[in-house]
Design a binder for this molecule. Structure first.
Ligand code: SF4
Length: 491
């Protein structure tokens, strides 16, 4: 069978109405999905991530076939080999695709001579973001977000923001009440394809949907049950409630089963019913039209080499506790790494303020840590993880993206979670055997990099605190013990 074009659909563009499929023709085009060995390497990636990506793609291919498209789901050593094989089989040279969401795939497709349409899986065209970024002195997300609100006319009252403020973050920093009970989560039972893929990767959890119907179900479940309280407890962490009131939609937004336009439209419609606090609605909208778009824009704006930055010269190897939570007594990390192992996901605060914080404070090599994050998380697209880890998580870019490092001691974790209550360490202590490693390492980190940070006025308060420390020598002695203990998996 000869076809005029190969329409290539990567595993992160699984939406019927966007990307290359928008321009596909049932008669003339062959839809091709390639499962490359590299992408499904079980030694590298979390099995739930593999289950999710492969099962979603297989469902999507089956749905297109049922709709009358000619579809090839190819397993090959590489994406290039898969596409070349299809070219030979169908005697079709032309490859049509949407711009890819990573540098690597974009380069592969370009080398194969593909023709591209715009990647419209985001709300902000890359050229538009670049225009914004080139006009900025510093890349403040908040400035970009306000422009997005106006440009996309979301939660706007004429030229003013609904509720009178652009950002309600100060209302959204509550820890969970003592009597907090986790709500039941929506289960996503397996169908035949899921069962087959789950057996292949050895997984059993039903936390994640693998179809558009399932993803829409999750969106509706969030809006009905968690939206009202999402904002208020957005930053809270709990050993007894892994998702708190988070939407759990990032995997679907990142593999294309949901498009940000439809998620935002549903959220705004729900807000307009009148019983959702503006602080919640605004926080949710900000994550999607602000953060998500900003991170993708920065990924492309900062260039392919950005991932290699290591301005703090952090050279420590990946900490054993990240691979094995039994290699630490730090209750927060033990609990969070277990959560990652069980579900391939934790929300943004454990990612930033616990996992990335320990990597930053311990001076873990940014590229090793980036690889770990990329491999472990279900929603870890390259465009998400590179700026989030290098720019935000471990300050590897020296302040290009964020004006100061997200470093903190145990006090923040203690305030925002219940982890410290049953920990052998004390978040208030910075010296002694029971000192919280976060607290010790925080001061040690500031002392180590103070020459660099002194030029940064946003670090003034932290460095003033450092100057007031009377026991800095003892802190540094304890920090050395802690770092050695972390390296050996004994802290
Ligand atoms: Fe984590 Fe420190 Fe709290 Fe223990 S005391 S749970 S190590 S922040």
């Amino acid at each position: 069978m000869t076809k005029k074009r190969i329409v290539y659909i990567p595993f992160d563009q699984l939406h019927r109405n966007y990307g290359a499929l928008k321009h596909a023709d049932k008669e003339d085009d062959l839809i091709v999905l390639v499962e490359s060995e590299r992408m499904v390497d079980p030694k590298r990636f979390h099995p739930l991530r593999l289950f999710f990506l492969v099962s979603s793609a297989r469902h999507f291919a089956a749905e297109l076939q049922a709709e009358g498209y000619s579809v090839e789901y190819v397993q090959a050593q590489t994406t290039r080999a898969g596409l070349e094989g299809v070219r030979a089989k169908y005697r079709t040279q032309e490859i049509y695709a949407a711009e890819q969401s990573s540098y690597r795939l974009q380069e592969t497709l370009a080398e194969l001579g593909a023709t591209f349409c715009e990647n419209d899986f985001f709300l902000t065209p890359r050229a538009l973001f670049k225009e914004w970024a080139q006009a900025q002195k510093s890349f403040l997300m908040e400035n970009f977000y306000r422009l997005q609100r106006k440009r996309l006319n979301i939660l706007m009252d004429g030229n003013s923001p609904v509720g009178g403020e652009w950002n309600f973050d100060k209302e959204n920093r509550e820890s969970l009440p003592k009597d907090h009970q986790a709500l039941a989560l929506l289960e996503h039972p397996y169908d035949e394809i899921d069962r087959e893929v789950a057996a292949r990767f050895g997984v059993s959890g039903t936390y994640w949907a693998t179809t558009r119907a399932g993803a829409l179900g999750q969106l509706n479940y969030f809006l009905a049950n968690h939206f009202a309280t999402f904002g208020r407890y957005e930053d809270a962490m709990s050993s007894g409630d892994w998702s708190v009131h988070h939407s759990l939609l990032s995997p679907y937004l990142n593999n294309g089963l949901l498009h940000p336009t439809e998620v935002i439209a549903a959220a705004v419609k729900r807000f307009e019913v009148g019983d959702i606090p503006i602080a919640s609605a605004e926080a949710f909208v900000r994550q999607i039209i602000g953060w998500r778009e900003y991170i993708n824009g920065m990924y492309w704006h900062l260039g392919a080499d950005y991932r290699s930055r290591n301005e703090l010269s952090a050279q420590r190897k990946l900490l054993p506790l990240l691979e094995d939570p039994d290699r630490t007594s730090m209750n927060c990390l033990k609990s969070i790494v277990r959560d990652v192992q069980e579900r391939s996901w934790v929300h943004h605060i454990p990612r930033l303020m616990v996992l990335s914080n320990i990597a930053l404070l311990a001076g873990v090599n940014p590229q090793e840590y980036l690889a770990w994050m990329r491999n472990q998380f279900i929603d870890a697209s390259d465009w998400v993880m590179v700026p989030n880890v290098i720019g935000m998580g471990v300050h590897g870019d020296g302040g290009v993206m964020m004006t100061k490092p997200y470093a903190s001691g145990g006090a923040y974790i203690s305030r925002m979670s219940n982890y410290c209550k049953s920990c052998i360490y004390d978040p208030k202590k910075r010296t002694g055997e029971d000192a919280c490693p976060f607290t010790t390492l925080y001061w040690n980190f500031l002392a180590e990099h103070k020459d660099k940070f002194e030029k940064n006025h946003r670090m003034f308060q932290q460095l003033s605190g450092l100057k007031r420390l009377s026991d800095l020598d003892d802190v540094r002695v304890r920090a050395k013990e802690v770092l050695e203990g972390l390296e050996r998996g004994l802290i």
